[in-house]
Ligand binder design. Structure first.
Ligand code: HEM
Length: 471
């Protein structure tokens, strides 16, 4: 390392990528961030100071200890950065974008609503929607003599959006409104990412009225959800009404411990919206990558199916069966190690802090690089290989805390973790019960596109071949 690239920060020598070098790399970074970040860390070490886009000073880390310090041990000193907060302009102040005492109050209120029994109660719905979504593919495959090709990311996005939307608003959800809702969220999110990634375009966006246009979409989104919530409240007010046991009802029923009051309608809306936003793209990406990996590792698909056949003998799995269907869960976990949907998470220091001699001044911006942690050979044997058995109990090399953080960690651990794991395990089992998954030859290999979440660049196809023509 060049002497000029070292900076003294307290007693700890923090490697520093000079601004000119960050700037030079910012173009490559914008185009394809992961190789640039990996090469930087391979060269400088697990924690390095650099300038995002050549402008914003930030500390990039794939050190599990520092990650744990920020997310868990001294979490009170770290808030979401202005990037995440900017998103609240469009989607409000639900758990994901909220911070500080208000966040804690909301988290304490909502957390119990995600208990195991509720997720268990949603299992039937998840299965029903999976079956409904895959049914046209079964029909298409049968018509075509046993197999049909499908765009995987498109399929998984549709499936997971339906699952979360109906888990929140189980009733009164016409198809057209569901599609409109999905489109509004996708469009708003895509625009927000552009304003962060390419801030120099913002004056142009302003001039062209793009901010106003997307504010109007966000208003439409809130109006649509507001109507659904009002309808639910009217239905609940009818004599003899039995409200459904879904996530919206949970949000309407919870009461603050200190006041005994329910959330205001606006807050219910914020939290419902955040569940829709946070609760589908991540699972869709994980399932997309899982399908990709299974198409390339048919022996893993065989192992999942063999276990499912032995445990279930052809019936659909119940929530209580899932612990005995570990093969599918390990494949999901290994997929998220390989392709963590939340590939990078950011935080900002609220006050001066120190970690093992590293002085952290107030305002320091951190990029916690989960993808880097998940691929570090110090913690993983052959990190580039797809080996679901790493997650089987009793492995010689157990998973080290905070070297594996697909759902984050500490008090802001993903509130939907149990929901997502259950959903992904069920979808995997159903997909493999119905189909063999084959890679469609002639396509380029899928490559990663790290936006807010880690998705494939474009889409890719697999061929789904019916296991039984009569399925
Ligand atoms: C594979 C699927 C998923 C992954 C990988 C994932 C990942 C994450 C991560 C890493 C965080 C923490 C972000 C941070 O610390 O800055 C998070 C937070 C969150 N997730 Fe998930 N998530 C998934 C599915 C879901 C689902 C299905 C829901 C809703 C049902 C959900 C709702 C949330 C919410 C509300 C938060 C904010 C929690 C808080 O700050 O209190 N997520 N998720």
């Amino acid at each position: 390392m060049e002497a000029s690239e070292k900076a003294t920060a307290g007693a700890f020598q923090l490697p520093r990528v000079p601004r000119w070098r960050s700037l030079l790399r910012s173009f490559a970074l914008a185009k394809d961030p992961l190789p640039v970040l990996d090469a930087t860390l391979a060269h400088f070490g697990d924690t390095v100071q650099l300038y995002i886009g050549g402008v914003e000073k930030s500390i990039l880390t794939r050190d599990p200890g520092l990650t744990q310090h920020i997310l868990q041990k001294n979490n009170r000193n770290y808030a979401k950065s202005k990037f995440t907060q900017g998103f609240s302009r469009y989607i409000g102040h639900g758990l994901l974008t909220n911070d500080g005492p208000d966040w804690l109050r909301q988290r304490r209120l909502i957390q119990p609503g995600f208990h195991r029994q509720r997720v268990a109660g949603l299992t039937g719905l998840m299965q029903e929607i999976t079956a409904e979504t895959l049914a046209p593919l079964v029909a298409r495959a049968r018509q075509a003599g046993g197999a049909t090709a499908v765009e995987v990311h498109e399929l998984m996005t549709r499936l997971t959006f339906r699952i979360i939307a109906r888990s929140v608003f189980s009733t009164n959800f016409p198809e057209a409104e569901l599609d409109r809702l999905a489109r509004l969220i996708t469009e708003i999110q895509a625009f927000f990412v552009r304003t962060i990634r390419q801030p120099y375009l913002n004056p142009w966006f302003r001039l062209r009225g793009r901010f106003r246009y997307h504010d109007a979409l966000a208003a439409e989104l809130r109006a649509l959800l507001g109507r659904l919530i009002a309808e639910r409240q009217q239905a609940n007010a009818q004599p003899g009404a039995t409200p459904p046991d879904d996530l919206l009802q949970m949000l309407l029923d919870v009461r603050y411990e200190d006041t005994g009051e329910p959330m205001t309608p606006d807050r219910v809306l914020d939290e419902a919206l955040i569940l829709l936003v946070a609760g589908h793209e991540t699972s869709a990406n994980a399932l997309t990558w899982l399908t990709y990996l299974l198409a390339h590792h048919p022996a893993e698909a065989v192992a999942i199916r063999a276990q499912a056949d032995a445990v279930l003998a052809g019936r659909a799995p119940a929530f209580d069966d899932l612990p005995r269907l570990g093969q599918a869960l390990w494949a999901v976990q290994e997929t998220m190690r390989h392709y963590p949907p939340a590939w990078m998470v950011d935080r900002v220091a609220l006050a001066d802090d120190e970690y093992q001699g590293l002085r952290i001044p107030k305002g320091t911006l951190f990029s916690l690089y989960f993808h880097g942690l998940h691929h570090d050979a110090k913690y993983w044997d052959a990190p580039e290989e797809f080996r679901p058995r790493r997650f089987a109990p009793g492995q010689a090399r157990p998973v080290q805390p905070f070297a594996y953080v697909p759902f984050g960690g500490g008090p802001r651990l993903c509130i939907g973790m149990q929901f997502a794991l259950t959903e992904m395990q069920l979808v995997t089992l159903e997909l493999l019960r119905l189909f063999e998954i084959e890679w469609v030859a002639g396509q380029p290999p899928a490559t990663m596109q790290p936006l807010v979440t880690l998705r494939p660049k474009g889409d890719f196809q697999v061929r789904l071949r019916l296991r039984h023509l009569s399925s």
